[in-house]
Design a protein around this ligand. Structure first.
Ligand code: ATP
Ligand code: MG
Length: 134
């Protein structure tokens, strides 16, 4: 398996709950490397583009508000099979169904507040890295 990059966002609710170190530590303990790291507040326009595939869903306005209401951490992580490994560590989309031991299973209760975004394919990871790091 080749080295691969993935992209994550530690969402505003996780920054507000002071879980940034805990979350980054889980990826590092697994053996992934932090290649880029930043703190920013996401503009509404950028959030709408990032989650464009959900624009017709009833929860879209709530999701955009949740992503833009405070600072976030942006990170590029690298390692073997990084996209799939990171998605496993993050857990299922709905924190009510995410397994204990995953970030969403351990730290979140209900949608849309699931603590972390993680890219779902290598191509999307590269597009998101360009969107957020330029
Ligand atoms: N039914 C829902 N109700 C409210 N919010 C939702 C719902 N489904 C998804 N979301 C929100 O939209 C985000 C994007 O959903 P997606 O289907 O891409 O899941 P994901 O790939 O597990 O999450 P992400 O893209 O954030 O890593 C979720 O992380 C969550 O915050
Ligand atoms: Mg997704």
């Amino acid at each position: 398996m080749a080295m691969e990059e993935t992209f994550i966002i530690i969402k505003p609710e996780a920054v507000a709950k002071q879980l940034v170190g805990e979350i980054l530590a889980r990826f590092e303990r697994k053996g992934l490397y932090i290649k880029k790291l930043g703190v920013t507040q996401i503009e509404e326009e950028v959030a709408r583009e990032h989650y464009a595939h959900h624009r017709d869903k009833p929860f879209f306005p709530h999701l955009i508000e949740a992503m833009t209401c405070g600072p976030v951490i942006l990170a590029v992580l690298e390692g073997e099979d990084a996209v799939a490994q990171v998605r496993n560590i993050v857990g299922a989309t709905d924190p009510a169904k995410a397994a204990p031991g995953t970030i969403r299973g351990d730290f979140a209760l209900r949608l849309p507040y699931n603590m972390v975004h993680a890219a779902d394919s290598p191509d999307n990871a590269q597009a998101e890295i360009r969107r957020f790091f330029g």
